[in-house]
Design a protein around this ligand. Sequence first.
Ligand code: F6P
Length: 563
Amino acid sequence: MADIVAPVDITATPEWKALQDHFDALQAEGISLKDWFAADPDRVAKFSYDVNDLYFDLSKNLVTDETVKLLLDLCRAAGVEERRDAMYAGEHINPTEDRAVFHTGLRRPKSDIGKFIVDGKDAIADVHEVLDKMYAFADRVRNGEWKGVTGKKIENVMSIGIGGSDLGPVMIYEALKPFRTGPACRFTSNIDPNDIGEKVKGLDPETTLIIVVSKTFTTLETITNAKMARWWLIDALRKAGAIDDSPEKEAEAIAKHFVAVSTNLELVADFGIDPVNAFGFWSWVGGRFSTDSAVGLSLILAYGKERFEELLGGFHDMDLYFQETPLEKNVVAIMAMINIWYNNFFKFETHAVLPYNQYLHRFPAYLQQLTMESNGKSVRWDGSPVLCGTGEIFWGEPGTNGQHAFYQLIHQGTKPVPSDFIAFANTANAIQCEGQDVHELFLSNFLAQTKALAFGKTADEVRAEGTPEQIVPARVFEGNRPTTSIFGIELNPHSLGELIALYEHIVFTEGVVWGIDSFDQWGVELGKQLAKQILPAIHDDEALAGQDASTKALIEFYRANRK
Ligand code: F6P
């Protein structure tokens, strides 16, 4: 195991103290976005950034020029730039697992072959070997050369995985639906049999390809779902008379209908999937950072090589931007540090992400794993306790649905929620309704919400509308509710790749400031262990006796009520 370099004691730095003093001074003066906008006609120009397909407006955040300067001083003091460069070089910056972190290598072009040796291997050559294998396989499936066991073309794909082996592909599949040119995909993740039970409904086994996606190939949910899918496939094919009962036909059906994505090719073979039909990746790709590796095979099947390359291009462009742009102009670093500002100085409790694009409806769920599995930690990468609050709580829903659900709290509640609003100038469904461009109607909501949150509505303004005095307080909006607007040209593979990489690097930057290992996930292990231990207690009295009182009571309820 390599020596662990201790993280900076961030709260003991003069940069932290300077921020605390600045925070106290702002609180004493009073924060008013309205006044700040009035006093500084350049505020929007100062706090807006153009990055390829995306325009960022950070002007409605609770920051001044001085705040951003001090936040970037803190970013430098934490050593973000050095650690970023170590990550881009594929160094072992995941100390608790002693692993390199090199997801940025997944999107490097072929011209980078030979430039990055990670764990003694030419990582970019390996990446492109797998990509080429996936592209060739996807071509065969898409053009009908690859056939199911009864000679039919593959029309549907079911991808089985969980966490990082599911959330990214689902989110991207949903986001890019207008671009689909290949098989339709379904995704099964939950070990709840209701999930696979619903997903196989209406699916023709003769035209279905199943991808089992698991980095470790040991994950209980995924292996159980894969076994159920194997049983479903063989049973359905036999019942339809499509294959006979012979073990040879069963093996042939599995070979034609199952492929795997994993770093553990031995276990793939044990499952009965021919390693020839397996697509690998590497220990230096964390699960939640793996969507642009072979984990995204379903996306290549659905969208084709060109679209996947555009997606990788978007990731790579954002990687380069984050690496090459000086911190003072680097919107990725600035967004991350503003998150630190809210989390650690304002002590805001959560962070909403509100995509004004229905195709991004799984984006908040995807971000939840990315941010919370990465940064929900109480110890630092050297094992010492964290020195301040970590791990932003991300949540959200697409606008405008959210407006009619929880925006009330964001506008007038007692817990301010910094929010990222994401929208695109163009829509895949340009529809006019009674002469009204519906996308413009939609966008007016995107624009209105951040305006209302920032500038609010005073009691006098409410009164001027003739509101009875008694109701005035309920209709006042105090404003100063912070938002970031991300406005893209169009939701397409490239802009989506940029968006994902943006958040990956925000998560990384926050992790470095807090001194935590953003690439391990030990916190998910105990529950997994206990589930194995508890399972026998559901039926066995002796095992039940060893459980705590609460678990016992819950199991007794189950025993009494299971039909
Ligand atoms: O939930 C823990 C976790 O290890 C995630 O980090 C990971 O994305 C998921 O389980 C799935 O793991 P695997 O790809 O090994 O099946």
